[in-house]
Design a binder for this molecule. Sequence first.
Ligand SMILES: [Zn+2]
Length: 68
Amino acid sequence: MKKTCIQCQTEMIDDCKVTVEGDTPGMIISQKRKGSFNHVSAKTKASVCPNCGFVALYIDEFKEFKQL
Ligand SMILES: [Zn+2]
């Protein structure tokens, strides 16, 4: 699924790596849950707009996240 820039409607470049400056390897998004699966987590990726430089963060494992 291609993303479109919300600023200028240009097709965005997916799968860019997010790295926090310093010694942290990227950003992890996680959700705490009750029950057998205690939490889910996913590594953050970014889409970059090659036209205006807008950056959108996303994860591939979004289906594992649920409304509590
Ligand atoms: Zn843009």
